[in-house]
Write a protein that binds this ligand. Structure first.
Ligand SMILES: C[S@@+](CC[C@H](N)C(=O)[O-])C[C@H]1O[C@@H](n2cnc3c(N)ncnc32)[C@H](O)[C@@H]1O
Length: 239
């Protein structure tokens, strides 16, 4: 079974969280919630695509603090409230993580997310205490399932067989965490995407764009978040 490790975290007074292993931040210092909304939700045309669905599957590389999950959860709740989504519809969120935070760390991070704090507390309450390598199904809410897959994505992705409607690629920067942005992962992402599926990532790295293009995606560069010039979005083209 794939191994997991403990994350080495450095908590900033300004609400940021850094990984000492990867020398990179978990989310933008310019505003994590806004960044997630811009890069991953808008980049995948969400929440509009929730409309009328019975089930929607999102897959993510790098669960980290769960911020992307919390922002998506809130958008889903809002779509239900506005009756844009069938009341019985289910959101499945599948996330890969090799250095899982503990429930206490998830809670501490959520305290920095302002309006998402309540959802963060609910997540922390349902989050296993001593996470081991392997799959963990967390019922975050009656209609929200979080499947956390702990281990190196290069190995754990091999026994997955879902079809994602949307992908969030959120490893640390490719220059600091090259192993997570591998040709093998790109190939599997292509195989694990549903017809009409989409992808979004904060990076504009050429090898990421080409890697996804080689596995069925049409990729475009769009304006990045905040001071970032560009990022990538893509649509899965089936023959
Ligand atoms: C930028 S952070 C993710 C931020 C996260 N989406 C959030 O909302 O907080 C990148 C994550 O990728 C994880 N990671 C790095 N290498 C990995 C690997 N080979 N397999 C799985 N996860 C990995 C890190 O531990 C880290 O949590």
């Amino acid at each position: 079974m794939s191994k997991i490790g403990k994350p080495r975290l450095s908590w900033g007074n300004d609400g940021t969280l850094r990984s000492e292993q990867f020398d990179d931040v978990y989310y933008s210092v310019e505003g994590g919630v806004k960044e997630t909304t811009y890069v991953f939700l808008t980049g995948n045309d969400l929440p509009q695509r929730f409309e009328g669905c019975e089930e929607f599957t999102i897959a993510e590389t790098g669960f980290g603090t769960g911020l992307n999950f919390l922002v998506t959860w809130r958008a889903w709740l809002e779509a239900k409230k506005q009756k844009a989504v069938n009341q019985n519809a289910v959101l499945k969120f599948i996330s890969f993580e090799m250095y899982p935070l503990s429930a206490t760390e998830i809670m501490r991070a959520a305290e920095m997310f302002g309006e998402l704090r309540t959802l963060g507390e609910q997540l922390a309450k349902n989050y296993p205490n001593d996470l081991e390598a392997g799959k963990h199904l967390i019922q975050a809410d009656s209609d929200i399932q979080l499947l956390l897959i702990c281990g190196d994505i290069n190995e754990t992705i091999d026994d997955m067989n879902f079809k994602a409607d949307a992908w969030y690629l959120d490893g640390f920067s490719p220059s600091k965490n090259e192993g997570m942005w591998s040709e093998h992962v790109f190939e599997k992402i292509g195989q694990l995407t549903a017809k009409g599926g989409t992808i979004a990532t904060f990076t504009a790295a050429g090898f990421v764009r080409r890697g996804l293009m080689n596995h069925g995606y049409t990729m475009s560069k769009v304006k990045g978040f905040g001071r970032k010039r560009e990022m990538l979005i893509g649509a899965y083209e089936t023959a």
